[in-house]
Design a protein around this ligand. Structure first.
Ligand code: AMP
Ligand code: GLY
Length: 423
C-alpha cells in the first residue's frame, strides 16, 4: 500500500521509520518531510496546512492511508477533509482533536467526567481573569486556550507576574488567537510522565511510558522548548500508577469523548503529573509526542500499519500491543540559542554512523538537503536515540552517539534521563 505522512519533525521521522518496517507498505510519501525522512520516503513540497493540495496529492497518487502527525492540521480538520474526499486517514477528526486544540474544552470535559486534573477556571475576558487572581493561591498556572507550540503556559509566582501574564496572553496576544480564551489553574508538583495510546473510538491501548525534558537548560532551567530529550520507560510509572490511570483517566477519557458525540480515533497523549494526591492530567494531546515518539516507537514490536488500521476499523481490541523489554533514551541536538534565536544552515557531519539494527537512531527534525550536504534548518535539529538493556545503558549509548554528530552551533542538554539514577 501507499502511505502519506503529514509533518516534518523528528516525530514524523520516527513514524516513517516504523511505517517503513511494515510488510504491508510499498511506498511512503511525506509532506513536507525533511532530509532524514527523505531517505525513507519521497518528500513532496506541500505544507502541513495546505489541505487542498494534500487532498489533491493523495487522490492523484491513490494513497491508501494518510497519517497526520502534527497538531495544527489535526485541529484544523485535515482528517475530515481527507475522509470527505473518500480517502482513509489516521488521526482524530476536528471535533475530537479539540481535546488538544482547546484547553478550556479539555478542562471542562475532565470536570464533567470526574477525571483527575488541577483545579481551574476558564476566562474569556482579561478583567475577569485579573479579578480572579486577586484571591488566587500562588504560584498559579496560566494557559492560553489554543495551540501555541507548547509555549502557551506561564507559571507565575505572584500577583504582579500573573497580571502581566494575563495581559500578554489576552490583550497583547503573545500567542495569537490561542489567547482569546485562557485557563487559570492550580500549580501542581510531582514527576511528569507521558503516556501515549492508540484509540479506536471505544478501546484504548496504552504504549510504554516516557518522560520528556521540556526546559532548554540542564537541571530543568531556562525557557520551555518543544522537548530537549526523552527516556522510556519511566521508572516512576509503576504498576500501581498504571492501574489508577486505567481506571480513572484512560478509559474514562475515551468514554467521555464518545458520550459527547466526539468519538476519538487516533493517538491520545496523556501528559500526567504524579502528585502526592495521585496521578492527574496536565494536558491532552491528540498526536504522538515529539520527542516521545523517538523513544517509544523504536521499542514497539507491532506492525504500525496493522495497529493504525485497527484504530480506523474499530478493531483495536483484536491487537496485542507489545513493547520490547528494554529502554531507550533520546538526546536532542539543537541549534545554540533555541528556543529564542539561533542560526541555521550549518553542515552536519557524522550522520552515517547510525545503525538501527544495533539500536542507534538518528531522527531528523530541522534539517534539509543543500548543495554542500545536509544542513541545519531549525531549532531542534536531530534526535539521537539509543536503546540499551536498561535506562542506564541506553543513556550511556545515547550520549556516546550524540558525539558522533557535529555541526557548528550544536547544543544539547547533558542530563537527559539523569533522574533515573535516583531510583
Ligand atoms: P502543558 O502544555 O499544559 O503540558 O504545560 C506545559 C508544562 O507546564 C507541563 O509539562 C508542566 O511542566 C507545566 N505545567 C502545566 N500545568 C501545570 C500545573 N497545573 N502545575 C504545574 N506545572 C504545570
Ligand atoms: N514533547 C511534548 C509534546 O510533544 O507535546
Amino acid at each position: 500500500m501507499k502511505v502519506l505522512i503529514v509533518g516534518s519533525g523528528g516525530r514524523e521521522h520516527a513514524i516513517a521509520a516504523s511505517v517503513a518496517k511494515s510488510t504491508k507498505v510499498d511506498k511512503i510519501y511525506c509532506a513536507p518531510g525533511n532530509a532524514g525522512i527523505g531517505e525513507l520516503a519521497e518528500c513532496v513540497p506541500i505544507g502541513a496546512m495546505e489541505f487542498d493540495k494534500i487532498v489533491m496529492f493523495a487522490k492523484e497518487k491513490k494513497i491508501d492511508l494518510t497519517i497526520v502527525g502534527m497538531d495544527d492540521p489535526l485541529v484544523g480538520g485535515l482528517v475530515d477533509e481527507l475522509e470527505a474526499a473518500g480517502l482513509q486517514a489516521f488521526g482524530p477528526r476536528k471535533n475530537a482533536a479539540i481535546l488538544e486544540g482547546s484547553k478550556a474544552f479539555s478542562k471542562d470535559l475532565m470536570k464533567k467526567y470526574n477525571i483527575p486534573t488541577a483545579a481551574y477556571e476558564n476566562f474569556d475576558h482579561a478583567e475577569a481573569a485579573e479579578a480572579y487572581l486577586e484571591t488566587a493561591k500562588f504560584p498559579v498556572v496560566l494557559k492560553a486556550d489554543g495551540l501555541a507550540l507548547g509555549k502557551g503556559v506561564l507559571i507565575c509566582k505572584d500577583l504582579p507576574e500573573a497580571k502581566e501574564g494575563v495581559k500578554s496572553i489576552m490583550l497583547d496576544k503573545k500567542f495569537g488567537s490561542a489567547g482569546n480564551q485562557m485557563v487559570i489553574e492550580e500549580f501542581m508538583t510531582g514527576r511528569e510522565v507521558s503516556v501515549l495510546s492508540f484509540v479506536d473510538g471505544k478501546t484504548i491501548k496504552t504504549m510504554t511510558s516516557a518522560q520528556d525534558h521540556k526546559r532548554a537548560l540542564d537541571g530543568d532551567q531556562g525557557p520551555n522548548t518543544g522537548g530537549m530529550g526523552t527516556f522510556s520507560p519511566s521508572p516512576f510509572y509503576t504498576q500501581e500508577v498504571d492501574a489508577f490511570c486505567r481506571k480513572h483517566i484512560y478509559q474514562p477519557t475515551v468514554d467521555a469523548m464518545a458520550a459527547e458525540g466526539r468519538e476519538f480515533k487516533g493517538i491520545i497523549f496523556f501528559g500526567l503529573m504524579l502528585t502526592e494526591d495521585g496521578p492527574k492530567v496536565l494536558e491532552y494531546n491528540a498526536r504522538f509526542g515529539d520527542p516521545e515518539a523517538q523513544v517509544v516507537l523504536p521499542r514497539m514490536k507491532n506492525d504500525m500499519i496493522e495497529v493504525m488500521q485497527a484504530c480506523i476499523d474499530g478493531k483495536l481490541d483484536e491487537i496485542d500491543l507489545q513493547f520490547e523489554d528494554n529502554a531507550a533514551v533520546c538526546v536532542v541536538l539543537a541549534s545554540e540559542g533555541y528556543p529564542v534565536s539561533y542560526e541555521k544552515g550549518y553542515v552536519i557531519h557524522g550522520l552515517d554512523r547510525f545503525d538501527e539494527k544495533e539500536g542507534y537512531y538518528c531522527f531528523h527534525a530541522g534539517t534539509k538537503r543543500a548543495e554542500e550536504g545536509i544542513v541545519t534548518n531549525g531549532g531542534r535539529v536531530l534526535g539521537i536515540t539509543a536503546k540499551g538493556r536498561d535506562l542506564k545503558e541506553a543513556r550511556a549509548n545515547a550520549y556516546e552517539a550524540a558525539e558522533w554528530v557535529t555541526f557548528e552551533n550544536k547544543y544539547m542538554r547533558h542530563d537527559i534521563g539523569k533522574a533515573i539514577e535516583e531510583v
